[in-house]
Design a protein around this ligand. Structure first.
Ligand code: GAR
Length: 204
């Protein structure tokens, strides 16, 4: 059976690309059935179209403009996502915090990728913050993780996969970013496969 993935991304979508490729080569027994972004100009939407995957822009502005809440935005987002009947929802560079108005519809079916180890550098600019922490001798390495998203906690939840990423004294920020993204592109595939396996055991 091919598993159905809905992918949420706010930006470039290099991780989406890794997943699309892994689905096409058969490395991942799955199919990306929709890509949704909260940014109109997200390159992730272009990548989706290039692979004939529905690309949906779900804008926050119209909600904000008439005084509607994040919960109302999230309720509609849940409806769009549910219409694609996903086995798993992948947050790959999705930069909005999802409320329970979304998450309560998909227990154990939302996973998030974060460019840092569990409990470290939640939120935006995690790689830059890790790089600065190294300059101050506060950490010796950083990493990448994939975790379930049970609630509104930021970049926090039961860990599915994680990997340490070394930092070398001669590293520039760009070197570190490159190394982290390379690990992400691999670890996300592993995390999706593990989450799908876990869910299929849970529903048997
Ligand atoms: C990735 O590094 C991902 O881990 C990060 O956004 C980037 C998206 O890259 N997510 C977070 O920081 C979540 N807090 P991409 O658009 O090239 O896939």
């Amino acid at each position: 059976m091919t598993n159905r993935l809905v992918f949420l991304a706010s930006g470039n979508g290099s991780n989406l690309q890794a997943v699309l490729n892994a689905c096409e080569t058969g490395e991942l027994p799955a199919q990306v059935v929709a890509v949704i972004s909260d940014h109109k100009a997200a390159y992730a939407l272009v990548r989706a179209k290039q692979h004939s995957v529905p690309a949906i822009y779900h804008a926050w502005k119209p909600y904000k403009g008439v005084g509607q809440s994040r919960q109302e935005y999230d309720t509609d987002l849940a409806e769009i996502v549910a219409s694609y009947n996903p086995d798993l929802i992948v947050l790959g560079g999705w930069m909005r915090i999802l409320t329970m108005s979304f998450l309560s519809h998909f227990p154990m079916r939302v996973i998030n990728l974060h460019p840092a180890l569990p409990g470290t550098f939640p939120g935006t600019h995690a790689i830059q913050r890790a790089y600065k922490a190294i300059q101050r001798d506060e950490i010796e390495h950083t990493g990448v993780m994939v975790h379930f998203v049970p609630d509104e906690g930021v970049d926090n939840g039961p860990v599915i996969a994680k990997e340490i990423v070394p930092i070398y004294p001669q590293d520039s920020l760009e070197n570190l970013e490159e190394r982290i993204h390379a690990v992400e592109h691999r670890l996300l595939i592993k995390g999706i496969a593990a989450a799908l396996a876990k869910n299929s055991i849970a529903t048997q």
